[in-house]
Design a protein around this ligand. Structure first.
Ligand SMILES: Nc1ncnc2c1ncn2[C@@H]1O[C@H](COP(=O)(O)OP(=O)(O)OP(=O)(O)O)[C@@H](O)[C@H]1O
Ligand SMILES: [Mg+2]
Length: 892
């Protein structure tokens, strides 16, 4: 009774097929309890799809593959994955591959038990679901924890999510007949159907339990069950009993599969008796599946594995896992994944003794950014006498898991032998990294500088210098940082990783100084060399990302930010627990949202960044600064102040180079809290500091912050030779010649228009901001124009106000000083009257609604017109909508 025909479930099957063949091709996921029939339904659905139109991949995730990065997708991905790709790069590569193989057909990816997918596989499934020409189908068991990228499938509306309900009685009767291969007496079918509560697996196990006993008999071809159960036994109890009755040989087969699935048939045959394998298959406990050129064995149902693993005593479990590892080692590891499988079995069975193998596996897990697994493997390698290689790898991984103290302990236990320079070089850099960024010990830099002298080899020296340089940069000693980096680049002997690290340092400095073009070229170069440095120095990615992100923010290139965020899947790659990377991308994302006036998204994303980075000393302050800005944008001064205090508390002195962002945020927090003089003074001082540090790229933005506070005419900087000081507007004009990109001249025009009170120019500047999606700046420049036109009693004010209303309509709630400054203040009563009037209610109706006299309403309206600077009702609607935080409101 291993396989019987498919019964019922017509609606569900049609729905599944429609999900794939329908116009939208939006996928479908079935949830349901164990044994309810999800996997079978999915299989039947997929088998019914025409393969000439659809390229179909079916995947069954399992408890054993969940432990391996990309374990869930071994059936889909080729054995050899390219080296040197970032996690997002691997995902993109995999998607391209599927698309190639699909050759124009629509991709259908069917994932059984998607809750058991390992994080990178789950991320890939999400990516496929997003692709234009793909549909994702799947099943999930109720009550299990679901990986985030899978849950996001339906929250992002990429798939429909449906609960698979128990089978109705007429279908269980049909199913029973199919299982028993013959008609069943109606009363028996009824009772068994009720006991099973519409669960096919339970029904099958009930029949199994009764088979061979006198309770289940066939008379004149009709099956009759005379059992006397009142309550259905639980599904697991039934399976438990069945498994308990297996012969030793058959049990051994099922156990091996339970711990090793998917297991090659050739392996299983080496470990078990052929006859026992066949019996297990006949009894419907395991199934043999042909895939590509391999024949794999899996459990017929995941519950068998769960019961089996639970019944297996610890000592036996370990013996089995060690046995599986030996088997795979003997036949030779064919796929790269085999290495990880063997390593995990060795770990779990307590037989991890081969340090080289463990180290290899740890590197593989780390380059796939599976931090938890990489940690376990590297530690095991160290414990197996893996020596300093293992110690360095473990320390690096621990540092990225925010456990720097442990990392230092690991390194200090294996100091390099005197005279071993290569070792000393590695040890110094890894220890330096942990100590500087992990433990915030600034003395690290000088220690490193003095010990590099012990190295004779030029390549070794370069590597240490490249590290020293980026530490100096982060500690704000930019001159030395650039000098050292240049030295590394000038040395032919320097290795690739050292050179590219040095180049990233220089690229950062160039961006901060406003040489955004040269910075961009350098960044592109580091990026294109990634294949040559990623295995040697995976964390170089962070230096690259920081340089790239800083440059994009300073350029105001929101589309560029969108591109890298989409590229790296900020939220999904986070599945691998590489927090610094994902946290930093979230900061960039929040910044882009903020510039566009999407204050809800900015708030949400910056809070997310704060949460991810809470335990890191590297970017925590930066994340809080971004949250401060988001709160300030919304006029939430309490949160802005609180976030700024958090920024100060968490900001590491070793990341001093980030000060412009923190201080800019402080200015915003002060302004939002109403302390405009304080904000202006603070930003003025900041301009001076940036000027003396040579950070022109940052300076233009802070000068512009002063323009936004209507201080374009304020003097800044030192006294010039002519005895006077430059104004904000003049300084911006000066810098727009030196700082690359389209933004600085625009900022300078904004300042000039503000100083000269030219509403026309302010409106033109606003248009240019809007074209760059810098919507907040656009709205503020327009608001400044409205204020000037009102002062001049110009009839053009009305049109400008319309434009302001249009811009604010594109934003979530935003309340900045520039927008507030020109906003009239209405009383509660005036608001009520104004809203109703703006919606076209005549004065009499307003009077009735508000229980006022018509004359009072008229008086209110006159006062409102005066405050808003409008001449009558016709202009009221736009005038109300141009007040930040109010969309005109509904009439109520
Ligand atoms: N409509 C059906 N017709 C015939 N057999 C069915 C049907 N639905 C389920 N079965 C059989 O019942 C058993 C349990 O179903 P299935 O494996 O699909 O359950 P499941 O919901 O996937 O459970 P789990 O959550 O434990 O994976 C299987 O042997 C399956 O072949
Ligand atoms: Mg299933």
């Amino acid at each position: 009774m291993s396989r019987w025909e498919f019964v019922g479930r017509t609606d569900e099957l049609n729905r599944l097929l429609a999900a794939v063949t329908g116009e939208a091709g939006r996928g479908l996921f079935f949830s349901g309890s164990a044994g309810i029939g999800k996997s079978r339904l999915l299989r039947e659905g997929v088998n019914a799809l025409p393969t000439d139109r659809f390229a179909i991949w079916s995947i069954a995730a399992s408890a054993t593959t969940a432990a391996l990065p990309f374990g869930g997708l071994v059936q889909v991905l080729p054995a050899e994955q390219p080296q040197g790709l970032s996690p997002a790069g691997i995902l993109r590569w995999a998607l391209n591959l599927l698309q190639q193989q699909a050759a124009g057909r629509r991709i259908v990816l069917a994932i059984d038990d998607a809750h058991l997918l390992d994080p990178p596989s789950a991320a890939l499934v999400h990516l496929v679901a997003r692709a234009e020409n793909a549909t994702v189908l799947g099943t999930l068991r109720d009550g299990e924890q679901i990986p985030l990228p899978i849950r996001a499938l339906w929250t992002d509306d990429l798939v429909e999510h449906v609960e698979l309900t128990p089978m109705p009685p007429e279908e269980t009767a049909g199913l029973l007949a199919a299982i028993l291969e013959g008609p069943v007496d109606a009363g028996s079918a009824d009772r068994l159907g009720q006991l099973s509560a519409g669960n096919p697996l339970l029904l099958r196990e009930l029949v199994h339990a009764a088979t061979g006993s006198a309770e289940l008999k066939r008379t004149y071809g009709i099956w009759k069950w005379t059992g006397r159960l009142e309550l259905a036994p639980s599904l697991t109890d039934l399976i438990d009993t069945r498994v308990g009755k297996l012969t030793d040989g058959v049990r051994a087969v099922v156990e091996l599969v339970a711990f090793g699935e998917p297991l090659g048939l050739h392996l299983l045959k080496q470990a078990a008796d052929q006859a026992d394998v066949e019996t297990a298959e006949e009894r419907g406990l395991i199934s043999v599946i042909q895939h590509d050129r391999r024949t794999n064995v899996r459990l017929a149902h995941p519950l068998y594995g769960e019961v089996m693993r639970r019944r297996c005593p610890v000592s036996r479990t370990r013996r089995l896992q060690a046995h599986l590892a030996e088997l795979l080692e003997q036949v030779g590891k064919r796929r790269r994944d085999d290495l990880l499988r063997v390593a995990v079995w060795r770990l779990d069975s307590g037989t991890a003794q081969d340090p080289a193998m463990l180290l290899d596996a740890a590197v593989q897990a780390f380059t796939r950014y599976d931090v938890p697994l990489a940690t376990r493997l590297a530690r095991a390698a160290l414990n197996a006498d893996g020596g300093s290689d293992a110690a360095e790898l473990l320390a690096t991984i621990l540092m990225f898991a925010d456990r720097p103290e442990e990392a230092i302990g690991v390194l200090d236990a294996v100091p390099p032998e005197p005279g071993d320079e290569r070792r000393l070089c590695r040890w110094l850099t890894v220890r330096g990294m942990v100590s500087y960024w992990g433990l915030s010990r600034q003395s690290t830099v000088d220690e490193l500088a003095s010990r590099v002298k012990q190295l004779g080899d030029s390549a070794d020296q370069s590597r240490v210098h490249a590290f020293e340089a980026i530490m100096r940069l982060h500690g704000l000693d930019t001159t030395k940082a650039v000098r050292l980096s240049q030295r590394v680049l000038d040395r032919p002997a320097a290795g690739v990783a050292a050179r590219e690290l040095a180049r990233s340092t220089i690229a950062y400095v160039q961006a901060a100084q406003g040489q955004l073009n040269r910075s961009g070229t350098a960044i592109a170069q580091v990026h294109s060399a990634a294949g040559s440095w990623r295995t040697d120095m995976p964390y170089l990615q962070l230096a690259l990302e920081l340089a790239r992100g800083t440059r994009l923010m300073l350029t105001g290139d929101l589309a560029g930010i969108d591109a890298i965020v989409a590229d790296e899947f900020a939220d999904l790659a986070g599945a691998g627990d590489f927090r610094l990377g994902t946290g930093y991308l979230a900061i960039l994302q929040a910044y882009a949202a903020r510039m566009r006036g999407q204050s809800d998204a900015a708030m949400r994303t910056s809070l997310g960044a704060c949460a991810v980075l809470a335990t890191s000393r590297v970017y925590a302050g930066l994340a809080q600064a971004e949250r401060t800005q988001s709160a300030a944008l919304r006029g939430d001064s309490a949160q802005a102040t609180a976030a700024m205090a958090e920024a100060d508390r968490t900001h590491a002195p070793g990341m001093a180079v980030l000060y412009p962002w923190l201080e800019q945020a402080r200015g915003a927090a002060l302004a939002t809290s109403g302390d405009l003089p304080g904000a202006v003074k603070h930003l003025g001082d900041l301009v001076d500091r940036l000027r003396s540090d040579g950070f022109a790229g940052h300076e233009v933005h802070v000068l512009h912050d002063l323009v936004r506070l209507d201080q374009a005419g304020m003097p800044v900087g030192p006294t010039c030779s002519d005895g006077g000081r430059r104004t904000v507007a003049q300084r911006l004009a000066e810098l727009s010649e030196r700082v690359d990109g389209a933004l600085p001249p625009l900022l300078a025009r904004h300042a000039h228009a503000a100083v000269t009170d030219s509403a026309t120019d302010l409106l033109a500047v606003a248009d240019d901001y809007a074209a760059l999606e810098l919507t907040v700046f656009a709205a503020e420049a327009t608001s400044q124009a409205v204020q000037r036109l009102r002062r001049q009693h110009s009839p053009a004010a009305n049109d400008a106000r319309e434009r302001l209303a249009g811009l604010l309509g594109r934003c979530d709630l935003i309340r900045t000083p520039a927008l507030q400054a020109g906003a009239p203040v209405l009383t509660e009563r005036e608001w009520q009257v104004a809203r109703l009037a703006a919606h076209g209610a005549p004065s009499r109706a307003i009077a009735e609604r508000l229980y006022l006299s018509a004359r009072t309403v008229e008086n209110h309206l006159q006062r409102i017109y005066a405050k808003l600077g409008v001449t009558g009702r016709a202009e009221l609607w736009a005038a109300l909508r141009s007040i930040p935080g109010h969309d005109g409101g509904d009439a109520g």
